[in-house]
Ligand binder design. Structure first.
Ligand code: ADP
Length: 617
C-alpha cells in the first residue's frame, strides 16, 4: 500500500481537479442509486396491497417525531392520496417513471465519474513513458550494454502497460467503491441497524479469503514480466541481426530460442491468469452466501413479526429494499478486492520501471559547472586509466597525451587495444577511473556537459542516422538551421548531388537507420552533419569496411575538408589520414607504446612497423 501511495503522490497529484470531480460525481451517483431503489417500497406496497393503513399528513417539525418517520409517513400519505385521486395503476406508472428518472441521473453521474478518470489514466501512463524516455536520454552510454536494450523496451511497453491496466484502472475503483460502500452501508444502517451489524460480521472473512488468493499474484507477475523482457531482448537482437541470421541459416535455431522463452512466459501467465480468474467466482459465491444468510435470518424475523429482542421489525417491502442495497454493496466490494489484486501486480511492474528511473547517473555535473566558452589551446590527457566496471579489467593505463589546437592526432593499434574507449573519454561518455582530461587547462569534470559536447563533432564508423528526412538528419545538432546552411554543408560533404537525385531531395525519408542509403551515402550525410555543427574538435572513427572506389574517394574528400582547420582525433585506418597526421599514437593493450610520424615509426621497427606490414591499420 505504501508503494501505491507513493506512486499516486508522484503521478496523480497533478490531476487533482479530475480526482475531485470524480469523488463528487460518485457520491451523487450512489445517492441517486439508493433513492431510486427506495421507490420499490411503495411499489411493492401497492402491488401486494400490503398496506391498508390510512395515513394522515403530519406537519414537518412536529414534536415527538423523528425526521425519518415523518418522511416515511408523509411520503406514504402522499402516495395513498395520489392513489385515491388517480388510481393505483397510474401511481405505479408515476413511481416507475421516477425510478427511471433517478436511474438516469445515477447512470449519468456514473458515466461522468468514469469519464473524468480517463485523462488521469492516460495521463499517468504518458507521464511514466516520457519519464523513462528522458531517463534513457540522460543516462550515460555505459548503462546500455546490448542485453539491456530489449529489457528497456520491455519496461516501456510491457511494464507501463501493466501499470496502466492494473494501477490506473484501480484508481477508479479505489475512489468509487469506498464511496459506494459507505453510502450503501449508511442506507443499510438507516433501514435496519441490527440487520446491518449482523451482515457486517461476515465482511472480514470475505476480505480474508480474497487476500489469500491474491498473495502469490505479485510474485508470479514479476516473474512473468521478467520473461517478457527476455522476449523483447530477443526481438531486438533478431531485428538487428537479421542479415547474419539469414546468412547462417539460423532461423530454426532462433525460432527454437524464441519458442522456449515465449513458452515459459505462457506457462507463467497461465498461472497468473488462473489465479486471477478465481477471484470473480469466489467473490460471487461469497456474496451469495452472505445474501443467503441475511435472507434467512431477516426473513425469519419478518415471519416472526418482531426483531431479535422483541422490538418492532422492518416490514417486508423495506426488507426487500434492504436486500437490494445489500446486493448492490457486493459489486463494489468485489471490485475493491479486484483492485487489491491489480495493485500488487502493477506495483511489481512499477518496481521494475523504478529500477530505470532511479538508476544513478555516474556522469554528474558539478553544482556550478564552468561553461567552456570555446577551445583555444590544447586537450591534455594526464595519466589516464580506465576500467569499464569496478574491479573490471584495466582497459587503459597511464595514457598521457597533448593534443594542441589545430593538430591532427591519429590513433592506431590492433583491435581491442582501447582506441574507441580512449576517444569516448573526451566527451565524457565515460569518466576516467584514474588521471584526468583537461581542455585548455580545465578538467572536463568541472565544465558543463553541454558546453563540453558543443565543442565536439563525431563521425563514427557506423553512421548513426535516424528515421527522418535527409534535411533533419543533417540539421540534427543545430537549432534553427536553414535550408541554405544544410545545402552548403551537404556540398562540402560531397552529398549534395546524390541528395538531389533522390525523389524528394532533402525531404526524402531515409528509413530506419538510413537503410535506403548506401554505406558511402550514409557516411557523407553524417559528415555533413558534423560540418554543419562546425565544432572546433573532431572525433573521427574511420570506417574499416571498404567502400566502392567511387564512394571512397567522395567520402575521403569530404573527410579531408571536414578535418582541415580543426583539431582532429582520429581512430585512423586510411593511410592518407595516418601520413597526414601531426602525430601518430600507437596503442597496445591500453598503453601508448609508440608515438611519432609515419616515417619515424617505420624506422623504429616496432609495433607500428608490424601493424603496417600486416596491413592491420
Ligand atoms: P579498440 O577500439 O581499440 O578496438 P576498444 O576500446 O573498443 O578497443 O576496447 C578495448 C577493450 O575494452 C576490449 O578488451 C573490449 O573488450 C573492452 N570493452 C569495450 N567496450 C566495453 C564495455 N562496454 N564494457 C566492457 N568492456 C568493454
Amino acid at each position: 500500500m505504501r508503494g501505491f501511495l507513493r506512486l499516486m503522490k508522484r503521478y496523480a497529484s497533478r490531476y487533482k481537479r479530475f480526482l475531485g470531480g470524480s469523488v463528487i460525481l460518485n457520491i451523487l451517483s450512489a445517492v441517486f442509486n439508493v433513492f431510486s431503489f427506495s421507490f420499490i417500497i411503495p411499489v411493492l406496497n401497492i402491488l401486494f396491497r400490503l398496506d391498508d393503513k390510512t395515513y394522515e399528513f403530519i406537519a414537518w417539525g412536529t414534536e415527538g417525531y423523528k425526521f425519518k418517520d415523518l418522511l416515511i409517513n408523509n411520503a406514504y400519505w402522499w402516495v395513498s392520496r395520489f392513489i385515491g385521486m388517480h388510481g393505483a395503476v397510474n401511481t405505479l406508472l408515476l413511481l416507475c417513471g421516477l425510478l427511471g428518472l433517478m436511474t438516469l441521473l445515477k447512470t449519468a453521474c456514473y458515466f461522468g465519474s468514469s469519464a473524468v478518470m480517463i485523462p488521469i489514466r492516460t495521463g499517468i501512463v504518458k507521464d511514466i513513458r516520457l519519464e523513462i524516455y528522458n531517463k534513457i536520454l540522460s543516462l550515460p552510454i555505459g548503462f546500455f550494454s546490448e542485453e539491456r536494450k530489449g529489457d528497456i523496451i520491455a519496461r516501456i511497453t510491457g511494464d507501463v502497460g501493466e501499470v496502466e491496466n492494473s494501477i490506473t484502472a484501480s484508481i477508479e475503483m479505489l475512489i468509487k467503491d469506498p464511496i459506494l460502500i459507505i453510502i450503501y452501508f449508511g442506507a443499510l444502517i438507516y433501514l435496519s441497524p441490527e440487520l446491518t451489524i449482523f451482515t457486517v460480521i461476515f465482511v472480514p472473512g470475505f476480505v480474508w479469503i480474497m487476500g489469500v488468493i491474491g498473495k502469490q499474484l505479485k510474485r508470479r507477475s514479476t516473474e512473468a514480466q521478467a520473461l517478457w523482457s527476455d522476449t523483447m531482448s530477443q526481438v531486438e537482437e533478431t531485428l538487428g541481426g537479421l542479415r547474419i541470421i539469414k546468412a547462417f541459416n539460423a532461423e530454426r535455431r532462433m525460432e527454437g530460442r524464441f519458442d522456449s522463452v515465449t513458452d515459459a512466459m505462457r506457462r507463467k501467465n497461465n498461472r497468473v491468469a488462473t489465479r486471477q480468474a478465481l477471484a470473480h467466482p469466489v467473490s460471487e459465491f461469497l456474496g451469495t452466501v452472505m445474501i443467503m444468510i441475511v435472507l434467512t435470518f431477516g426473513g425469519a424475523l419478518i415471519i416472526r413479526g418482531t426483531g431479535l429482542w422483541g422490538e418492532k421489525f422492518i416490514d417486508a417491502p423495506t426488507f426487500i429494499f434492504f436486500m437490494v442495497i445489500l446486493y448492490s454493496v457486493i459489486a463494489p466490494i468485489k471490485e475493491l478486492s479486484k483492485a487489491a489484486y491489480g495493485i500488487p501486480k502493477g506495483l511489481a511492474s512499477m518496481e521494475r520501471i523504478n529500477k530505470i528511473l532511479e538508476a544513478e547517473n555516474p556522469i554528474t555535473e558539478k553544482a556550478d559547472p564552468t561553461p567552456l566558452p570555446g577551445f583555444n589551446d590544447r586537450i591534455s590527457l594526464r595519466g589516464v586509466g580506465f576500467r569499464y566496471q569496478e574491479n573490471g579489467k584495466q582497459i587503459l593505463s597511464d595514457v598521457t597525451l597533448d593534443i594542441p589546437k589545430g593538430k591532427t592526432i591519429a590513433i592506431v593499434g590492433e583491435s581491442g587495444a582501447g582506441k574507441s574507449t580512449l576517444v569516448d573519454l573526451i566527451p565524457r561518455f565515460y569518466d576516467t577511473t584514474e588521471g584526468d582530461i583537461l581542455i585548455d587547462g580545465i578538467s572536463v569534470r568541472d565544465v558543463s556537459l553541454r558546453s563540453l559536447r558543443a565543442l565536439m563533432g563525431n563521425v563514427n564508423q557506423e553512421s548513426i542516422l535516424f528515421n527522418d528526412t535527409i534535411f533533419n538528419n543533417i540539421a540534427f545538432g543545430v537549432e534553427g538551421a536553414t535550408m541554405e546552411d544544410v545545402v552548403a554543408a551537404a556540398k562540402i560533404a560531397n552529398a549534395h548531388e546524390f541528395i538531389l537525385e533522390k525523389e524528394e531531395g532533402y525531404a526524402t525519408n531515409i528509413g530506419d537507420r538510413g537503410i535506403k542509403l548506401s554505406g558511402g551515402q550514409r557516411q557523407r550525410i553524417s559528415i555533413a552533419r558534423a560540418i554543419l555543427k562546425n565544432p572546433p574538435i573532431l572525433i573521427l572513427d574511420e570506417a574499416t569496411a571498404s567502400l566502392d572506389t567511387e564512394s571512397e574517394r567522395a567520402v575521403q574528400e569530404a573527410l579531408d575538408r571536414l578535418m582541415s582547420s580543426r583539431t582532429t582525433i582520429a581512430i585512423a585506418h586510411r593511410l592518407s589520414t595516418i601520413r597526414g597526421a601531426d602525430e601518430i599514437i600507437v596503442m597496445h593493450e591500453g598503453r601508448i607504446v609508440e608515438r611519432g610520424r609515419h616515417d619515424e615509426l617505420i624506422a623504429l621497427g616496432g609495433y607500428y612497423k608490424k601493424l603496417n606490414d600486416m596491413q592491420a591499420l
